[in-house]
Design a protein. Structure first.
Length: 239
């Protein structure tokens, strides 16, 4: 009889241990399930945050009509490059005839012309690195910038000519100015943009539908040449 009671007690102890272990396992299962749900919620929140940030970036950094990066992005990128030491060139593209299209056919026709021009410019640029450096000057502008990194003026002029050819295939033309920075001289965004704009206006004065350029040498101020000031003695000698 005592032997039976001890077996009975041991059995209940084992049952109690099993119940306790089952409770522990169930608690762990619930904790793991809770972590899984939390992880999924965090992933969903991360995706939603990424989508919101993408929307904000699209609204603030890109031009709505063309999908190009906007003028603020241009200034930020150019300022960053000008703090380095690698040469670059700035291509300034101004479409010809947009005002006449707007006046004659309305602004929707002008917008279509701008979108067509951007397709032509993209087709001429092609390289991903260059496409990332293509900007629209303003939301109401028919002007565009292309920054060509690690590039001298002759290569940039070739790129500009390719853009002009691509525009012509779609019945469009542009006045294009190209300016360079040698990576050495002190230069600001405003100065380089002004250089490119000035040679773009040269293209307009030369009849439009062409590319004009200026190199670093062309707008470098020459050193002053010392001039001898005549003295009384030299004046008497000359007399």
């Amino acid at each position: 009889m005592p032997h039976f009671s001890s077996v009975y007690v041991v059995s209940w102890l084992l049952i109690g241990m099993l119940i306790s272990l089952s409770a522990i396992v169930w608690d762990q299962h619930r904790a793991i399930e809770s972590l899984r749900r939390t992880s999924e919620a965090m992933r969903e929140a991360h995706v939603e945050l990424g989508n919101r940030l993408g929307t904000i970036q699209q609204q603030t950094c890109f031009d709505a009509l063309t999908g190009l990066r906007n003028y603020q992005m241009f200034q930020a990128k150019l300022a960053t490059l000008l703090r380095g030491c690698q040469p670059l060139a700035l291509i300034y593209i101004d479409l010809d005839g947009l005002k006449a299209v707007n006046d004659r056919h309305g602004h929707p026709a002008g917008d279509r012309m701008i979108r067509t021009a951007v397709r032509a410019i993209r087709a001429a640029v092609r390289r991903r690195a260059d496409l990332d450096n293509l900007f629209r000057r303003g939301t109401a502008a028919d002007e565009f910038f292309l920054i060509v990194e690690r590039c001298r003026i002759d290569i940039a002029v070739q790129r500009a000519e390719q853009i002009l050819v691509s525009l012509r295939t779609l019945g469009l033309t542009a006045s294009i100015g190209v300016a360079e920075w040698d990576g050495l001289a002190t230069q600001t965004c405003e100065q380089l943009e002004c250089d490119a704009e000035q040679v773009m206006h040269c293209a307009k004065r030369d009849g439009r539908n062409c590319v004009r350029s200026c190199s670093v040498i062309e707008h470098t101020v020459p050193a002053a040449v010392p001039v001898a000031i005549p003295t009384e003695k030299t004046q008497r000698h000359a007399a």
